[in-house]
Structures are given as C-alpha cells and as structure tokens.
Design a protein around this ligand. Structure first.
Ligand code: AMP
Ligand code: ZN
Length: 466
C-alpha cells in the first residue's frame, strides 16, 4: 500500500510522492524559546518524530529542519522583564528542550537553526520582497502587502475579500478576523531595549513569520516536500510563510502541509498563556517514565485531539511494560518452535502495522497489530517455544516496529549501543578507504549531537553541549 497524507492545503488524503524519489525534505516548526516547552508542544514534536521515523522505516532518507525561535515578541518581552540579555534568557530554555527531546527518545533533526543566527538570510528575503512589490515600508518597519499575493488565504481557506485590505498588524500572533498586512521587519522601538540589528533595512528585528521562510529555504531549498506544525500555526504563521516564500521565488513552496490537533488538559488546549501546562521534566520528577509520556503522545492519531490524563499515563506505562516483558520472554525462549505459525504471525503483524501508518499515520491499528503479535507469539512460546532462527526473526521484526514506536529497545545503554555501531561502521569504511561513507557517518553522528575524536587508542565520542 502506498503512503498517504492528509494535506491541509487541499483538505484531502493524497498519495505521498517526494520531489526526489528516495529523499524527503521536511520543515517542522520548532519551539519559541521564551518559556520551557510543555507536554502539549511535545505532542507536535512527537507527531513529527513518528512521521520522520516512519519515512525512514519506508526507506527514505530524511532531512528534517526544526527551527528555534529565539527572537520574537515574547522572547524580547520576557528577557527585558527579567533584565537579562536575549541570549541569557533563551539559552537555558534551548538546553531544556534538548534534554526533553532525549528523555522522550525523539530522534534529532538534521538541523536546528536558531533565528538569531540567520538575520542576514531574512534581510535578503525582505529586500527581494520589496523589489518584487510584495512589501512596503511604513515608518521604520516593513510590511507584507497581502493584496499583492492573489493566493493569500489558500491554506487556511479564507477569502481574500474577507481580509482587511491596507490595515497593518505589528504583533507576531493574531486572529483570522484581523488578517491584514503583517510585519516582515520591525523598526526598533524602546520596548525592544538592546535587542536590534543594524542592517540594510535599518535598525530593528525580523517578524516571526519571515524567520521560518528564510531558514527552511536555506536548508531545504526553494521547494520541499513536507511542512508541519500544530493547527494553530495554519493561520497566520504558515499562510504568511507561503506568501513570503512564493513571493520571493514565484514558485510553489511546499507540497504537503500536515498539522496536528491539540493536546487538551482540563478541556482546554494546553498552553503557556492559559497556565494549564505541565512539563516533561515535572512529570519525570514525579516519577513518571518519560517513555510512558512518549507512548501517550504517539498513540492517538495526530489529527485527533488528545486528552491528557494521569490515567492515560498509567495505561501507557502498562502498555510499554507489556512490550518490554514480551521482548524478554522472546529472548529467553527456547524449544523446537513452529515455523509456519511464527511466519504467519509476523506477516500479519507487518501488514497491520504498515496499513495503519500508511493511512495518514493512523497509528492505532498499527499499535493494535503489535499487541496482537505479542499475544500470538506468546501463545506459540507457551505451546512449542521458539527455535533460534524464529527467535531471531521475531526480535528483528519487533525491532523494526520499535524503530517507529521507540519504547522497547531503548534505555541509555541502548542509545549508546547504536552510536557504537555507527562508529564501528565508520571504522570499517575507513579501513576500506571509503572516506566518503566515513565522513557521512561522522556528519550523521554530529547532527545527533555526538562528537567523535580519533585518538591513538581508538575512536572516542562525547555528547555536544548545546
Ligand atoms: P510554540 O512554542 O508556541 O511556537 O509552539 C511550538 C509548536 O507546538 C507549534 O507547532 C504549536 O502548534 C504546537 N503546540 C502548542 N501547544 C500545543 C498543544 N496544546 N497541543 C499540540 N500542539 C501544540
Ligand atoms: Zn515556523
């Protein structure tokens, strides 16, 4: 079966066809680092992790970019309120983000560009938009002229005549009702304090939306396959990204737009602004297994609202314990086995697992298929045990399922084993004088935050402190 995604742009399920046959380039809107990310934010990052892992499962090479929004209205507001620099405020929040990502066993993206390190690219884009008649200056700021872009509103399905033609909005976030020309470059005002850049556009700072256009195109090219975010990003953020990017290139920006529904707590969207939020760190400190949090976040289809409860967390813990017990049961099984039944159970499980995820990442049937597999194999073990080769193929398939689920074969030593394996592959490549592969492995490890050091006594590795 082919892989299908629900595309917000067309409001329909579409077969997935990447631009290059075996490579997927995707941009996933990342955290605004004004306050630590909460469990609701991780619903978005978990959906993106499942998307990434399943694309890899299907054999694609994935290049994922997740930005860090470290300059916007909120980061400036909060750093100024605390009387510290922007960087002093955002750096510890970035560090916490990477700690949470590791706790939740979310695979690292290939790139985590920070907005403050890409001001030059943003300025260049704004200059092009000015040249092409999509932007204009008003006072010290520069705005996008939405009436210059006939497709404005296509993602959020708004009619252009509903928009407030000619009105301008300065804030990064606003509602559909106030759709109007938005700020690309914000001229310095006193409330920005020491946060500004002196550029060809004048003294000021970028608007939020241009950040993602500039960083996605820098790392993924002018056109790429998938762009994701929570549903709250559809308008204005992603609508504005399209207007900016296509305004510059005159060509299609993104082929598939995927958006996750919200995580709800006490019948409201979990949000920093609502105050109804809890962090992964807090839950972990209360004794919850971070991989149980992972399982809660991944086991509801990404387009359905997810109601976060402690009962749900308890059930997730029980589910992953069952999966891990199964792994131990298989590992310690012996006997003559029953080749046909084992093969049938594997085939059925693989089919069920892939059917679910192929269908717009509908994970519930996939998880159900894994639990059926557990039941089927456990009963075979109880009757006949498993032969050595059956054991191997059961474990191999369980590993394959877990390459997406990420809750069974992981503990610190498990992650380390994966790194050691890659180091070994690199050494082998070097022995064979295949320096290109060796360098690719080194780069892949670096993108996971692992730094290699070749010493006379062998290759050592350490984690990069971000
Ligand atoms: P922010 O840090 O607010 O820019 O949000 C980062 C990402 O988390 C965006 O993709 C949001 O759409 C997403 N997000 C924020 N709150 C929730 C929530 N309660 N449930 C699911 N996704 C969320
Ligand atoms: Zn974004």
């Amino acid at each position: 079966m082919s892989l299908r995604f629900y595309n917000t742009m067309t409001r329909s399920l579409e077969e997935f066809k990447p631009i290059k046959p075996d490579e997927v380039r995707m941009y996933t809107c990342g955290p605004t680092v004004y306050a630590p990310a909460h469990v609701g934010n991780y619903r978005a990052y978990m959906f993106e992790d499942i998307l990434r892992r399943y694309l890899i499962y299907k054999g694609y090479r994935v290049t994922q970019v997740m930005n860090l929004t470290d300059i916007d209205d909120k980061t400036i507001r909060d750093s100024n309120a605390k009387g510290i620099t922007l960087n002093e405020h955002t750096q510890p929040i970035k560090d916490m983000f990477f700690e949470d990502i590791d706790r939740l066993n979310i695979q690292r993206a290939e790139y985590y560009p920070a907005a403050t390190e890409h001001i030059g690219e943003m300025v260049a884009m704004v200059e092009k938009l000015l040249e092409r008649g999509h932007a204009y200056r008003s006072g010290d700021s520069i705005y996008y002229k939405i009436s210059s872009f006939p497709n404005y509103g296509s993602l959020s399905h708004m009619k252009i005549e509903d928009l407030m033609a000619g009105a301008r909005i300065d804030s990064d976030e606003y509602e559909k009702e106030t759709a109007s020309d938005f700020a690309l470059w914000k001229g310095w005002t006193e409330k920005d304090g020491a946060v500004f850049w002196e550029t060809s556009l004048g003294k000021g700072r970028p608007g939020w939306h241009i950040e993602c256009s500039a960083m996605s195109m820098k790392y993924l090219g002018e056109q790429f396959d998938i762009h994701t975010g929570g549903v709250d990003n559809i308008f204005p953020h992603h609508e504005n990204e399209i207007a900016q990017s296509e305004g510059v290139t005159g060509d299609k920006f993104v082929n598939y737009w995927l958006h996750n529904a919200h995580l709800i707590l006490d019948s409201k969207k979990m949000a920093k602004s609502e105050g109804n939020f809890i962090t992964v760190k807090e839950l972990t400190e209360q004794g919850h297994d971070p991989l149980a949090i992972r399982f809660v976040l991944l086991s509801t289809h990404y387009r359905q609202q997810l109601n976060f409860t402690m009962d749900g967390l308890g059930a997730a813990k029980a589910a992953i314990t069952r999966l891990r017990d199964f792994k131990s049961n298989v590992e310690s099984a012996s006997g003559s086995g029953d080749g046909i039944a084992v093969n049938e159970a594997i085939e059925k499980a693989v089919r069920g697992f892939e059917e679910g995820l192929d269908n717009d990442l509908n994970i519930s049937p996939s998880v159900a298929a894994v639990f059926d597999f557990v039941r089927d194999i456990n009963s075979i073990i109880a009757d006949n045990g498993l032969s050595a080769s059956e054991k191997e193929s059961v474990l191999e398939n369980l590993k394959k399922f877990d390459s997406v689920l990420g809750v069974i074969f992981v503990d610190e030593s498990g992650l380390d084993a994966e790194i050691e394996e890659m180091i070994q592959k690199r050494l082998n490549a070097r022995k064979n004088k295949d320096f290109q592969t060796a360098d690719e492995i080194r780069d892949a490890l670096l993108s996971k935050g692992i730094i290699l050091e070749d010493t006379p006594t062998g290759t050592k590795w350490k984690r990069k402190i971000s």
